[in-house]
Design a protein around this ligand. Structure first.
Ligand SMILES: Cc1cc2nc3c(=O)[nH]c(=O)nc-3n(C[C@H](O)[C@H](O)[C@H](O)COP(=O)(O)OP(=O)(O)OC[C@H]3O[C@@H](n4cnc5c(N)ncnc54)[C@H](O)[C@@H]3O)c2cc1C
Length: 440
């Protein structure tokens, strides 16, 4: 057998690069293989990288010019019907201090920047000439000997390692190849995300959204924007562009015979959205599958002899209405798998017995804790009422409440009763309220 790496990482997205950074800092010898021309070339996110794990990987990253776009200090959740928008809006100077709790990113920029940071860590490690980031290479096969993963094959070349970290993202063909996930993924475990990046002069953008320096806004949308299809919209501010898009349930799209691009055009034309993107020019369009955050989608196990599955390859993602958390889950799982690989190197044991510590660490972290705690909220969000009747009711109430038309004014409670009657029923609302109370 050829000389072995300590680890091979398949995929140079956030999960793979986070594992690589951790291994480089731990002086491990590793090979990261990415099929894109460069890290980030093939990746799509809304995208807000939530939480503070980025500071664990790149301390004081906020002092750098590159990498992230803006930090989030202003959040908005908007309910829409055909012509109105009712928002909960929260802005706080608590979010102005680094380390930030959320930063907007453009993946082609961010992943490439993170890959540069990994290369710097390799250069500073004990084995600068024995770890590599190799791009433009597709891993086609996971190699096994005596039932244990021992390496990978890319074209004619085979590479061997003590363990393989699969960070291949949601289209996890290699995870399926080794039997940790079935070939068929139910269509309610995945959604489709469509997104445009729209360029807008920086000064105009900052003026329009009241941004200072590198501060930014995130706006999520529920209701008419998804044209009756399960899902929701998002709008995030970057340095001199806006990311706008939708995440739509595949099953519901199929059932209703609608196409994501038409729905996105309708969303962009909604009066409250059109005002925000006025004069901005579309410079990029992308579409990507994304997990729904249903915990039933997790592979049968996240490790086996010689292998660990990280990030969205393991369907680690939470979308419980407050935010899509896929990138922070990818980051933390990548870090934990790399730490387990280094522990295994010390013990000289890469069997499931040691690699199961990855699962234990993940269970102890916010990743699996939150996925378990908020499963009911994930399912609640997929109920038809959440993207039709409820936003319509909220906007109906808003329209009555904020209208002053030189007629005697009804009490707010009467307006609310009228809105409930028109769009749903007390009984449905009570049931929904109880579910929401339990799940959030
Ligand atoms: C429209 C949309 C909006 C989203 N918004 C957000 C958001 O706001 N916040 C958030 O946290 N998450 C968001 N997500 C989810 C987030 O993008 C993913 O959860 C995250 O990218 C997962 O990271 P990963 O590293 O596991 O996988 P990926 O980022 O998909 O990376 C996988 C990498 O593996 C490479 N690869 C795959 N197969 C092979 C192979 N065989 N050989 C070599 N290389 C391979 C790919 O090219 C890719 O670079 C969004 C997703 C979509 C689609």
């Amino acid at each position: 057998m050829e000389e072995k790496f300590d680890a091979i990482i398949v995929g140079g997205g956030i999960a793979g690069l986070s594992a690589a950074m951790t291994l480089a800092r731990g002086n491990a010898r590793f090979l990261l293989i990415e099929r894109g021309e460069f890290c980030g070339a093939k990746n799509v996110s809304g995208g807000v990288l939530w939480g503070s794990d980025l500071a664990r990987l790149v301390p004081e990253y906020w002092k750098e010019e590159g990498g992230f776009e803006r930090f989030v200090n202003h959040r908005r959740l908007t309910f829409m019907d055909e012509g109105s928008a009712f928002s909960a809006d929260f802005k706080s100077n608590h979010f102005d201090e680094a380390p930030y709790k959320g930063v907007t990113v453009l993946r082609a920029v961010f992943d490439a920047w993170l890959a540069e940071k990994v290369q710097e860590a390799i250069d500073a490690s004990a084995h600068p000439d024995e770890s590599f980031i190799a791009t433009d290479i597709l891993v086609e096969e996971i190699l096994k000997e005596d039932g244990r993963v021992v390496g990978i094959r890319a074209g004619e070349e085979s590479f061997y390692a003590n363990c393989v970290i699969l960070a291949e993202g949601v289209n996890n063909l290699l995870t399926r190849q080794i039997g940790l996930e079935g070939d068929y993924v139910p269509d309610d475990y995945v959604a489709v995300g469509v997104k445009e990046v729209m360029k807008l002069d920086r000064a105009r953008l900052e003026d329009r959204f009241q941004l200072q320096g590198r501060s930014g806004l995130t706006n999520e949308f529920v209701g008419a924007g998804s044209d009756g299809v399960e899902g929701g919209g998002f709008l995030y501010t970057n340095t001199d562009s806006i990311s706008i898009g939708l995440v739509l349930g595949l099953k519901d799209l199929k059932k209703k015979g609608k196409t994501p691009y038409d729905i996105l055009n309708g969303f962009k034309a909604h009066p409250s959205v059109a005002d925000m993107i006025r004069d901005a020019e579309t410079v990029e369009y992308s579409a990507h599958v994304v997990s729904t955050g249903d915990i039933r989608a997790l592979p049968s196990e996240l490790f086996a002899d010689g292998v660990m599955i990280v990030g969205e390859a393991a369907h680690l993602l939470l979308n419980a209405g407050k935010a899509i958390q896929g990138m922070d889950y990818a980051m933390r799982s990548g870090i934990l798998a790399a730490e387990t690989a280094m522990e295994a190197t010390k013990l000289g044991d890469f069997t499931s017995a040691t690699l199961s510590n990855y699962r234990k660490a993940l269970e102890g972290s916010y990743v699996l804790k939150d996925m378990r705690s908020f499963q009911d909220a994930v399912h609640l969000l997929h109920q038809e009422q959440m993207f039709g009747p409820i936003p319509n009711m909220i906007c109906d109430f808003g329209r009555q409440f904020f209208t002053i038309d030189s007629e005697p004014t009804e009490k707010a409670s009467k307006m609310l009763r009228a809105a409930i009657k028109r769009h749903t029923s007390y009984w449905d609302l009570v049931k929904l309220g109880l579910k929401a109370g339990r799940s959030l």
